[in-house]
Design a protein around this ligand. Structure first.
Ligand code: ADP
Length: 309
């Protein structure tokens, strides 16, 4: 077992809902300090795991440790050092950013007025909302609301910050601004970014896991995982009607439309045959290889050498 005295350790966590859905099967992860990506399609179990870490629900079995805090049995200790930005959060539309942040700071226990003013000012500046602090939250754009959510989540300097699907509703410029904000946070705390968007992880995270149907398919450093696929991904531009036959013959990991044709990526250690060209793999290839069962844990792959940053 790797030890991360300040990180998060998850061991054999399972969860089955009352309706019979098994959302998590025996999940174990080592999450070190820094930005960690939890990547998986809708319904994979990401939110269930995030809510479990955030002490909002209990697992059926298993253990979680944040440093030396036992998450399941010491919920208050976790909550004191947790920042959680859920997928959707309500704001009071008639309050200004400054007023509501001040209110949340009181709830967080920052009762000294001067300390509170200093804290909220720093957070509004950090999230680039200082100029908008007097504006009502009801008029905020999606990106501004998300950044306000980060300001709230950062109150009290959390050691653990959880951000669940944060970029889903943002336009491209807002998304970049939001990711830049997150990238500055990861140095002294655990930041878990749960997302179905591969680019969020490839741009930000130094470590990641891929989850599907309640199981971890891959736990890796993105750069290593990409390097381990080198020479194994091939592409072919084809006709949609030819896809079923290709799927019979090859391990097709993805097929997407490109100018009305279908661009197929195939996993194969050797050249798959006529008409295929080699592809420089990226994290999307890692993701689809893992989802289609072509790509197991990185430690079982030949170690890639000389991964350049
Ligand atoms: P993700 O966040 O990756 O989309 P979730 O953790 O929300 O995945 O969901 C995992 C599975 O558990 C899905 O099949 C979902 O329908 C189911 N699920 C989630 N929450 C509940 C709940 N409160 N009761 C019953 N089933 C749930």
């Amino acid at each position: 077992m790797g030890t991360h005295p300040l990180g998060l350790i998850i061991r054999n966590v399972s969860k089955r809902y009352a309706n019979g859905v098994q959302a998590l099967y025996n999940i174990s992860l080592d999450i070190p300090l820094g930005m960690y990506g939890l990547l998986g399609p809708n319904g994979a179990g990401k939110s269930t795991l995030m809510r479990t870490i955030a002490t909002l629900q209990e697992p059926d079995g298993g253990q979680l440790f944040l440093g030396d805090i036992d998450v399941v049995n010491q919920k208050e200790a976790v909550r004191q050092t947790l920042g959680y930005l859920p997928q959707e959060f309500g704001v009071y539309p008639k309050a200004s950013a400054e007023e509501l942040l001040d209110y949340f700071a009181v709830l967080k226990g920052i009762t000294n007025r001067a300390v509170r003013r200093e804290t909220t000012e720093a957070l509004l500046k950090q999230t680039n909302l200082w100029d908008k602090r007097k504006q009502k939250l009801g008029g905020f754009s999606g990106g501004m609301k998300q950044r306000f959510g980060v300001a709230v989540a950062l109150l009290g300097n959390p050691r653990l910050l959880i951000v669940d699907e944060p970029t889903a509703g943002l336009d491209p410029a807002e998304r970049v601004r939001f990711l830049n904000l997150l990238s500055e946070l990861g140095e002294n705390s655990v930041v878990i970014l749960s997302t179905h968007i591969v680019a969020d992880v490839s741009e930000l995270c130094t470590n990641m896991a891929i989850i599907n149907q309640g199981q971890i398919l891959l736990e890796a450093e993105p750069l290593e995982a990409v390097a381990a696929l080198k020479g194994r991904i091939w592409r072919k531009l084809t006709d949609k009607r030819a896809l079923p036959a290709l799927e019979q013959e090859h391990r097709v990991i993805s097929a997407k439309l490109l100018s009305g044709r279908t661009l197929v990526h195939v996993y194969s250690p050797d050249r798959p045959g006529h008409g295929f060209e080699p592809v420089e793999p990226d994290l999307e290839d890692v993701y689809f290889s893992a989802l289609t069962g072509c790509f197991g844990p990185v430690s079982q792959q030949p170690k890639a050498e000389g991964v350049a940053l």
